[in-house]
Design a protein around this ligand. Structure first.
Ligand code: BGC
Length: 922
């Protein structure tokens, strides 16, 4: 099938998403919207450097153009105070943006321009309103901190706000941030308008300008509670600990905590967000059925602007035996754009399971609706719910019996809510511990071996097309084949789109002969990360997407993304990221949606539906409880089974059951002592046995794996495979013999049946991919229209070298700079395949990813990824074809932090006949 990807429509959809995700916290004094006749003074250097996303794998989308807020305003026809803009431009030139040092090394913020009071006064006389932009980033391997320039304002930022406030009648503050930042000082300055504009991807400024100019009325709602202080979040005492993080707050995450125990600590409640207009929500129908409740409302625009409203439904359950949070989001719906006086009826279905609690006490392990009075609160944020509907449940209802799984193995205490005559109070109780015999559980579920038949000529498409069974197909795979298929190849495997995270499926020549295509996965979550420098679309980040509360819109946006994936031959996006915003300083909060699991699950499902509509998919990650970056490879999250089920697993459960997720990535860390990558309870008992997941699972990149009680190790394939985590991501060459797997098969530690079971999961997924369709000649094609080709690199004079059978080029002095290229040209005397060895060193962390892509004649032919090398030179190689007498070589650096030493070429295969050469290349 031929698909069309209209880049303009993609941009429009992304900008629409941005404008719906912006959360307006304040708008006094008619500060907004801006009138196109007034002149605006824009303060803050970030006007020239919009943060399109956070940092790390989720932020490495190469784009040709980012529309920042200033660009957006200018494009919308807003008159800008140009004298002030010139001052900023000049200062910015003299004080360039600091990219920092490599992976996880970009500063949280940039130095701000000191403001001369006179200049501010002048600006105020030339324009009526000021916009002040504050920017922040954080990301993978870099949590935010309670430091000036990270969570707190810098002195220069505060000074800027104060001076602008002194001189301007109307001040609008925009927060271009990935997660929450401190509002205390900002509130003291008392701006007229305050908006979280988040990080909106490459069209962020366009969507933001649409809100500022009133083209669109803001309709985003907070996906997190904004508390007065970080210390008010109940996870704060343990967040950032290096080895163990006790989840003592249990289910009381975010608003569940604040609404139950600490209402006074809230500055802006969950679900809050202003509009330029006002709405009335009227409850028109409510009924409780066995499996669901139905709520109907009529929403009327009662103000003077057009706008959209989000209706939210929160459950207040009886405290019962278990103790409950005062409010739990269980449904929401968003209106269309309503003009003044227009009404719309919305129907919200509430699943009974979303009213249930998980009883993790000994011998119970079930989802239960405890008897008592249930009140559904209906409104437009967790605090403002004027409508209620209540019903009584006479007897406890067990709605799902589970097996104890993932429970803690060490004693600790958690918070519980109890109801007394004086009201609800907080007590501590011991957490129920695990009674499970994990080894026995695994042995009881051990799959039988399928006898080896050798190659019977059955191809994977024969299984797809119903001519043979998966069992017959798998019987043909040797132990070595099975050991290859559980190891993804990357990063930058030449078997798939260059510069991507991994190849999986057909990762050896033998596997390919069985008709198994190599499938490609690529970061994610908000745009394609193509380390070879290929430009892609950078989408708004997860937090912004959640703030839209608009499933349909997000689904539409991700269908564009899916089509772009097909164009780049990427089967599987490494996203959505769906960990819970347990603490505001988690560096990866920008990639994730919310502090609430229901909203998280709904948004992830919407993204997946969008991808599924066009025949690709996303990998939901990181499964589960990846809630801080500090020491993430070694951190043990000690958490009750109830908190896991109700908070940290719940979003994933929704994405599996409703969103039909078919690939999942586990985390780097451990839950209750067992690393998730080799965790049978997580990967098999809960995911497959309970939730009936039938897709493929993978580890995070170079993740640690362990057996209970033993130290974790990287590339520890055996416990991973036994847990039914299917693919280890990643190894440099999947076709190499792995002695550990072979000897585990020999000793019986690992069975052929276990490997075959995992292979069936992998192949079941591979069979339905675009890669499979391409192999059988019916792959979709994509024509991209309305996209400008502005992808040029800075040209420096090209040096030519004579390439004999061998050549060594000294690269000492060349240092990687993110986004830049180093180019030269070769005169190729003998056409053929060359082994290229690049030697470089890095003082970055051993898990830093510093990808370098080699291009030959504009064609990417290999991405080599260094980790930190302790400053020692490390050589990586790939083979590249060079058939043209003059071949331009381009080395593209996707990250900072690498010091180059040399690049060596060695002829490995002469090719005289060009037809054969190109056929081989294809
Ligand atoms: C991240 C993943 C990512 C992977 C591949 C890891 O460092 O945690 O989220 O998908 O790298 O880039």
């Amino acid at each position: 099938m031929k698909r069309i990807l209209d880049w303009n429509k993609y941009i429009e959809k992304a900008a629409e998403t941005v404008s719906e995700g912006i959360v307006m916290l304040k708008n006094n004094n008619n500060a907004l919207p801006i009138d196109l006749n007034e002149t605006i003074s824009v303060f803050g250097r970030i006007q020239l450097h919009y943060y399109k996303s956070g940092t790390g794998s989720g932020g490495m989308v190469n784009v040709s153009k980012v529309t920042g807020i200033l660009d957006g305003l200018l494009e919308s026809g807003v008159k800008i105070n140009n004298d002030l803009l010139d001052i900023y431009k000049k200062w910015d030139e003299e004080n360039p943006f600091d990219l920092g040092d490599g992976w996880g090394g970009e500063p949280w913020s940039q130095k701000e321009m000191p403001l001369d009071e006179k200049k501010v006064e002048q600006a105020a006389s030339a324009s009526s309103k000021a916009i002040v932009i504050i920017g922040r980033t954080a990301g993978e391997e870099q949590d935010a901190r309670i430091e000036k320039g990270s969570y707190l304002l810098t002195d220069e930022e505060l000074d800027m706000l104060q001076k602008v406030r002194r001189h301007f009648e109307k001040v609008i503050v925009l927060l271009n941030v990935g997660g929450l930042i401190d509002l205390e000082k900002i509130e003291e300055v008392a701006p007229d308008a305050l908006l979280y504009v988040w990080q909106g991807g490459m069209t962020g400024g366009k969507g933001t300008a649409d809100v500022l100019t009133g083209k669109v009325s803001p309709s985003g709602k907070l996906p997190d509670t904004i508390a007065l202080k970080v210390a008010d979040y109940p996870s704060d005492p343990y967040f950032g600990n290096k080895n163990k993080d006790f989840y003592t707050e249990d289910i009381f995450v975010g608003y569940r905590w604040f609404e139950t125990f600490a209402k006074e600590a809230v500055l802006y409640p969950f679900g809050f967000g202003l509009s330029y207009t006002t709405f009335e929500i009227e409850l028109t129908y409510a009924k409780k059925y066995d499996d669901e409740s139905i709520i109907s409302v009529r929403v009327t625009n009662t103000g003077r602007f057009k706008g959209k409203e989000v209706v939210q439904v929160y459950c207040e359950a009886p405290h019962g035996r278990l103790g409950k949070a005062k409010r739990v989001l269980c449904g929401f719906a968003k209106t269309k754009e309503l003009v003044p006086n227009e009404s719309q009826s919305l129907k919200i279905k509430i699943n009974s399971k979303d009213l249930a609690s998980y009883d993790d006490s000994e011998g119970k392990h079930c989802w239960i609706i405890e008897k008592g009075k249930y009140i559904l609160h209906i409104g437009n944020n967790v605090r403002n719910c004027p409508n209620t509907f209540s019903f009584t449940i006479d007897d406890d209802i067990i709605i799902e019996q589970c097996a104890q799984a993932l429970a803690p193995v060490e004693a600790f205490e958690r918070i519980k809510a109890v109801e007394t005559a004086a009201g609800v109070s907080k007590i501590m109780e011991s957490v129920p511990l695990s009674n499970v015999d994990e080894k026995k559980r695994m042995i009881d579920k051990l799959p039988g071996d399928i006898a080896y038949t050798g190659d019977r000529g059955i191809k994977l498409c024969d299984v797809r097309d119903g001519r043979n069974t998966m069992e017959e197909f798998i019987a043909q795979l040797s132990d070595h084949d099975l050991s290859c298929i559980i190891r993804g190849e990357g990063m930058g495997s030449p078997r798939v789109t260059p510069g991507t995270a991994s190849a999986f499926g057909g990762v050896s020549d033998e596997l390919e002969k069985f008709g198994i295509p190599a499938c490609c996965c690529s970061d994610g979550p908000s745009g394609l990360r193509l380390d070879c420098g290929t430009k892609a679309f950078s989408l708004p980040n997860g937090t912004l997407i959640a703030s839209t509360f608009n499933r349909e819109l997000v689904e539409e946006l991700f269908s564009f993304m899916g089509t772009e994936m097909i164009a780049n031959k990427v089967e599987c996006l490494l996203g959505p990221g769906m960990n819970i915003h347990r603490h505001p300083l988690n560096g990866r909060n920008f990639e994730y949606f919310s502090e609430d699991p229901f909203l998280t699950g709904q948004m992830a499902s919407a993204e997946l539906s969008g991808l599924h509509n066009v025949g690709v998919t996303g990998t939901i990650k990181h499964f589960c409880a990846n809630n801080q970056e500090t020491n993430r490879h070694f951190l043990d999250s000690v958490v009750s089974e109830r908190a896991l089920r109700e908070i940290y697993l719940k979003g994933f459960e929704i994405a599996v059951k409703n969103g039909k997720a078919s690939t999942i990535m586990t985390t780097y860390g451990a839950i209750n002592g067992l690393w998730t990558a080799g965790n049978f309870d997580l990967n098999t008992v809960i995911l497959r046995n309970e939730w009936k997941f039938s897709g493929l699972t993978m580890t995070d990149w170079w993740a640690n794996v362990n057996y209970r009680g033993l130290e974790p190790k990287r590339s520890y394939y055996v416990p991973m495979a036994k847990a039914q985590n299917d693919v280890y991501m990643v190894c440099p060459d999947s076709s190499e013999v792995d002695n550990d797997i072979m000897s585990a098969l020999e000793s019986g530690e690992l069975t052929r049946g276990e490997l075959q079971r995992n292979a069936a999961n992998i192949l079941g997924f591979v069979m339905g991919t675009q890669a499979m369709k391409r192999l059988t000649g019916d792959g979709d094609t994509v024509e991209i229209i309305n996209r400008s080709e502005s992808e040029c690199d800075a040209d420096e004079p090209v040096v030519f070298y004579e390439l004999g059978n061998k050549l060594a080029i000294d690269l000492n002095g060349v240092t990687s700079v993110k986004g830049r290229n180093y180019s030269f040209a070769l005169t190729v005397n003998t056409p053929g395949w060359y082994k290229v060895t690049v030697t470089a060193s890095s003082t970055q962390s051993s898990l830093a990813q510093i990808p370098v892509t080699l291009f030959a004649m504009g064609t990417p032919c290999g991405t080599l990824t260094w980790n930190g090398t302790n400053g020692e030179p490390v050589s990586l190689s790939c083979e590249i074809p060079m058939f043209s007498k003059y071949t331009a070589i381009r080395i593209y650096f996707a990250q900072n932090g690498l010091d180059m030493s040399s690049i060596d070429f060695e002829l490995v295969k002469k090719v005289e006949n060009m037809d054969i050469a190109f056929a081989a290349e294809e």
